[in-house]
Design a protein around this ligand. Structure first.
Ligand SMILES: [Zn+2]
Length: 489
């Protein structure tokens, strides 16, 4: 009897081994291929006035059952809606070139889904380059897959994902239909927003400068829309909240559009449609519940994962921005050159959990070629004195602002690779970083700071947080080199 049992065990084990091997082989041979063609776009327009149009479309889910909220653990089902989620779009035209940007109140969106949005638009509008960005809001439905009811079950509701894509298309179409001649002004405050965020990983380098563009109609002089850019995780409401919200981003946009209250005094807003875009949020920029934030309304110091504190962060950012617009002269952009350069990149997928998640279809995205790399994209845009890099994930601020280190305890014995800082290379006077744009590839960790093995960097007793949500140690060098090649022509 025991011999039969042993034989059965061996057969069973080898059968299991065979099934696993075949599945892996099948995955490599037949796995889904990333959508879209390889981009190597470089176009520019020297003449013509600048036109712009704005739009916003709701992306609030129509029902909340099985709507799993992204950003923290599993099994956080939405129970209500605190404030609306949006797809907010800007289309800019200069001469014969048009670009579109749609920003979603979402944790992120994969490249394949961005390609779907572009494909739907392509037939209708002649837009040269469409960018899809996410605010990285941690209080909105999962569009990635890893925050489902339990690990191993996807958190993405396919109907909701389709709705987000169709509303993105609708927002861009409407913004396009509203194109009109504009004057753009750039404003920037490099210091005031610093106390609102903390850096939770060495080296302590943030990207706290607040930047923004105000678009004035040439016909009416009124504000048609604005863009505000800052780098932080929208996660003030943290991990227990089950009410859908865009977190502090909601209050930023409300404040910029409709004004803020400062100790009983009303500061007027700009009107128009405000678009918030995130920047270099890696490494890791947060306003965790223990971090004290001063209420703009009362002057009280606030802690905790409350809407009141999310409002304090958003109001303060809006106030800093409005003060700049009211009290200073912005840098004017009227009849300037628009240039776009885009590059497709291929990133090795070393993260075993991500790979297993894809095999199990918890994470639904294609991979590329026989080496099954992650196909993604970077871009560089210049509009007169403005320059913009788009980054497909959460880039560490030291890569964009400088200060990449090679600390003792690093896993690779190398000097900093991602140098000089991207902002040193970028052209123009006003340098924007659009994070989590056109993809969601996780953390972009400087290779010389990569640290999963003992001894750990900065004399820490455990591995720092970041690598677990990164594709691998070569992500940052590849993203950096690709951007560098677009900037330096
Ligand atoms: Zn993040």
């Amino acid at each position: 009897m025991s011999i039969i049992k042993t034989i059965l065990k061996i057969v069973g084990a080898s059968l299991l081994g065979l099934i696993i091997s075949l599945s892996i082989l099948f995955y490599y041979a037949k796995g889904e291929e990333t959508k879209g063609y390889a981009f190597n776009l470089a176009v520019e327009s020297q003449k013509g006035p600048i036109l712009a149009g704005f739009s916003k479309q709701s992306i609030v889910p129509k029902q909340l059952k099985n709507m799993w909220m992204a950003g923290f653990g599993n099994n956080r089902e939405a129970t209500g809606v605190h404030d609306p989620l949006w797809a907010r779009a800007i289309v800019i035209q200069r001469g014969d070139i048009k670009i579109a940007l749609v920003v979603l109140d979402a944790i992120g969106l994969f490249y394949d889904d961005v390609v779907d949005i572009r494909t739907t638009l392509q037939t209708d509008l002649d837009i040269d380059y469409v960018m899809v960005s996410s605010t990285h809001c941690h209080e909105s439905p999962d569009l990635i897959g890893i925050w489902g009811p339990e690990s191993g079950r996807t958190g993405v509701d396919d109907n909701y994902l389709a709705y987000v894509k169709s509303q993105s298309v609708a927002a861009i179409k409407q913004a396009h239909s509203r194109l009109e001649k504009v004057k753009i002004e750039h404003y920037q405050d490099d210091e005031s927003a610093k106390p609102l965020l903390e850096d939770t990983r060495n080296p302590l380098i943030t990207d706290h400068s607040l930047k923004g563009l105000v678009f004035y109609s040439k016909n009416t002089d009124s504000v048609v829309g604005s863009l505000i850019s800052w780098a932080n995780h929208p996660e003030v409401l943290w991990s227990e909240n089950t009410l859908i919200s865009s977190d502090f981003v909601h209050y930023v946009r409300e404040g910029v559009e409709n004004g803020v209250e400062v100790k009983g005094k009303r500061i007027p807003g700009l009107g128009g449609i405000s678009v918030y875009i995130n920047g270099a949020v890696g490494g890791l920029m947060t306003t965790s519940p223990s971090w004290e934030v001063k209420s703009l309304k009362t002057g009280e110091m606030l802690t905790g994962a409350t809407f009141e504190r999310a409002e304090a962060v958003g109001d303060t950012l809006a106030y800093i921005y409005l003060k700049k617009v009211m009290n200073s002269h912005g840098s004017i952009i009227e009849n300037e050159r628009l240039a776009i350069a885009v590059k497709t990149i291929y990133l090795p997928l070393k993260n075993i959990n991500f790979r297993l998640g894809m095999i199990a279809r918890v994470i639904k995205r294609g991979l590329s070629g026989w080496s099954r790399k992650v196909k993604s994209e970077v871009a560089y845009i210049e509009l007169g004195p403005l320059s913009i890099v788009t980054v497909p994930g959460e880039i560490y601020p030291e890569i964009v602002n400088g200060g990449v280190e090679a600390p003792t305890g690093q896993d690779y014995d190398i000097t900093p690779v991602e140098v000089p800082a991207l902002r040193k290379l970028m052209g123009g006077k006003h340098k924007y970083v659009f994070g989590i744009t056109n993809d969601f590839i996780g953390y972009i960790v400087p290779k010389s700071q990569w640290d999963v093995k003992e001894p750990y960097t900065y004399k820490q007793t455990g591995a720092p947080y970041g690598e677990v949500n990164s594709l691998g140690p070569d992500t940052a060098p590849i993203v950096y080199q690709a951007l560098k090649s677009l900037i330096i022509k």
